[in-house]
Ligand binder design. Sequence first.
Ligand code: C2E
Ligand code: MG
Ligand code: MG
Ligand code: MG
Length: 284
Amino acid sequence: QAKEQGRNGYQIYDESMNAKALERIILESQLHKALKDNEFTVYYQPQVCARTGEVVGLEALVRWNSRELGIVEPGRFLALAEEIGLVIQIDQWMMREACRQHKAWIDAGFAPVTLALNISGQHFLKNDLLDTVTAVLGQTGLDPGLLELELTEGVLMAHTEKTVKTLKALKEMGVRLAIDDFGTGFSSLSYLKRFPLDVLKIDRTFINDITTDPDDAAITLATIEMAHTLKLQVIAEGVETTDQLEFLVSHGCDTYQGYLFSRPLPPEGIPPLLTGFSSLSSGA
Ligand code: C2E
Ligand code: MG
Ligand code: MG
Ligand code: MG
């Protein structure tokens, strides 16, 4: 039918749908292969103390090092990985690999900093997240107090009963809990009180315009104040300019991440940024 209608737009629409579907099928089969062939890799973005400028944490961010496509960012494959149920395996691989690498840095003598991992909703709601965390900490020997799990508002709001249980159990293990992309999801603020959280990460869409948009500035300030009242630490995401940083520092933000300090880096880029590097590299 579309073919008969010729150049009236339907056919073009049809073809682009086919192209999309085809791309999806290719990507899907490549993703399965990527997991089998160990093509995923961890990049790390430093989290920096706003007062001292010291690196106090690292966020692990997945990258797909594809033979066909090069380094692929999660925006291009994570939604599909979620759809086809592969994201849990990716998260688990990330947890094992990032904890192993992090422990190796600490054993090499670098000052221990926090390691933050993104946990997908599916992974969080799966029954064995606690087992996975326990196993990985046991296998790697990483101090639970150095592990921080990032969850999103949507996940926290989805199944509150079970969520509270899981969060409390993680808390008892000594693991730190963060809420990622704060301010972008639907949520009731009351959960900030109900859940045993440690860190609130202000989404970068607010940080982007804090020096030019009074609304974003107001939201950011109110968030910092509220978080501190609730004894939560605040991390600002996506800090790209010194003006943004100065604004955040002068308003009491604890920690920041963003291109201003560093983009996410492959593992070899991290040691020079950690305290202890010069003494180690000079052989002390
Ligand atoms: P996120 O957890 O909010 O991570 C922050 C994202 O912002 C990262 O994108 C980071 O590269 C980017 N970013 C950092 N600083 C700046 C900046 O100054 N400007 C701008 N424009 N962007 C900045 P990335 O690595 O592409 O990750 C995107 C999202 O994918 C993450 O958002 C997270 O939700 C998800 N993700 C990443 N790794 C994993 C993982 O291992 N498991 C799961 N489940 N999700 C992951
Ligand atoms: Mg994150
Ligand atoms: Mg975020
Ligand atoms: Mg995000």
